[in-house]
Design a binder for this molecule. Structure first.
Ligand SMILES: *Cc1c(COP(=O)(O)O)cnc(C)c1O
Length: 377
């Protein structure tokens, strides 16, 4: 049996080595390392895939979120609502720009933004909502968009974990996550569902004005060469990453299907165990399983992890400290918040290995390792 890993980017590469090597070589041959044809091609293909008018490439997913907030012209004192139960990047950029992060709770079933908590958090200062499609499942966008529209608030989707996921509205219209709000931000970090061989990110929007602003901001606020109209940053996707991503984009749906198969295997295997709550899929969303995150009930998580480790089965806690408890936001600034679901989930979540290259014998082995602990406890 192959060594089990949380992600296996090496074997994913080997499966497409010839294609990828040729594409990288062609970038080297043209020496157009920055803004080469590969970047334009990939960007156009991604726009087509997402069915969105504009895709703006950038250096990583965190930059994408930052550029989005800069393009919306948010000012210090403006409040931005994000879930606390997410990767820190979502909220970090809010603080970095001098905006005020407002943490809300998540739904215990989807792990995504809770609607009641969102409604309660809105004030006259609220300027943006950043829902996160956590672990690969869509946030309840229809309700979020409705609330945002009522209050004239911007919506930036953090789609770093859910590229390829479909959301279906109550009228039957289906859209890709990241394309429903005013702006969508995504990441091509190597372990993401569409992963580069280094850092990468992108923004998407159907709004031409925002697209132009974001393009300008990502390029030093430049309107014409050496004419800088606004304060921007330097955030580029390089040509080699774009060439790799263009190949992998064609395989994204099959990659996501491979993840779904792994998830189904786990979910079937754990169905009869009351100690394990397996991930749910709402009827409005597909699930592209960036992570397979379960909740452990009445199980000592530390011992469980040690047990798996002793059998060389890795697992991870996403995330051990919720945003509102992080020291970076100042001691106890947010610690008083009653984010009951977030606080209850944090000590019980546990994510099992999931990626596109998992083999049946590995899955069987992982399931046995989990069961051997659960049955004892
Ligand atoms: C990975 C991730 C990001 C940041 O992406 P980087 O490319 O690592 O900067 C932002 N939000 C979420 C939810 C993520 O998982």
């Amino acid at each position: 049996m192959r060594k089990i890993q949380m992600v296996d980017t090496k074997n994913q590469y080997l499966a497409i080595k010839n294609e990828v090597d040729t594409a990288i070589q062609s970038v080297l041959d043209t020496a157009a390392y920055i803004n080469g044809k590969a970047v334009q091609d990939f960007t156009a293909h991604l726009a087509q895939y997402l069915q969105v008018n504009h895709v703006i490439p950038c250096a990583n997913g965190t930059d994408a979120l930052q550029i989005a907030m800069m393009a919306l012209g948010l000012k210090p004192g403006d409040e931005v609502i994000t879930p606390s139960f997410t990767y820190i990047a979502t909220t970090e950029v809010v603080a970095l720009l001098g905006l005020t992060p407002v943490f809300v709770d998540v739904d215990p079933v989807t792990y995504c933004m809770d609607i009641t908590s969102l409604k309660n958090a809105i004030t006259p200062k609220t300027k943006a909502i950043v829902p996160v499609h956590l672990y690969g499942h869509a946030a309840p966008m229809e309700e979020i968009l409705k609330i945002a529209e009522e209050h004239h608030i911007w919506v930036i989707e953090d789609n770093a974990q859910a590229i390829g996921c479909d959301y279906t509205f109550s009228n039957g219209v289906t859209k890709k996550t990241g394309t429903m709000g005013h702006i969508g931000a995504t990441s091509f970090y190597p372990s993401k569902n569409l992963g580069a061989f280094g850092d990468g990110g992108a923004l998407c929007t159907n709004d031409k004005t925002l697209a132009d602003k974001m393009t300008m901001i990502a390029n030093h606020g430049q309107s014409a060469r050496y004419y800088h109209d606004v304060v921007g940053c330097n955030s580029r996707l390089d040509s080699i990453q774009a060439a790799v991503l263009d190949i992998k984009l064609k395989k994204l749906d099959s990659y996501n299907a491979a993840r779904q198969k792994v998830a189904q295997y786990y979910t079937n295997a754990f169905a009869s165990f009351s100690q394990i709550i397996t991930p749910a899929i709402q009827k409005y969303s597909t699930h592209v399983f960036h992570q397979y995150t379960m909740q452990l009930q009445g199980v000592d998580r530390e011992s469980f992890i040690q047990h798996l480790a002793s059998k060389e089965v890795p697992c991870m806690i996403y995330y051990p400290v919720p945003g509102h408890m992080q020291k970076m936001f100042g001691d106890n600034t947010h610690a008083h918040l009653k984010l009951e679901v977030t606080n209850a989930l944090t000590p019980v979540v546990c994510s099992l290995p999931i990626h596109t290259e998992m083999e049946e014998d590995q899955l069987a082995y992982i399931v046995e390792a989990v069961k051997s602990f659960i049955q004892k406890s």
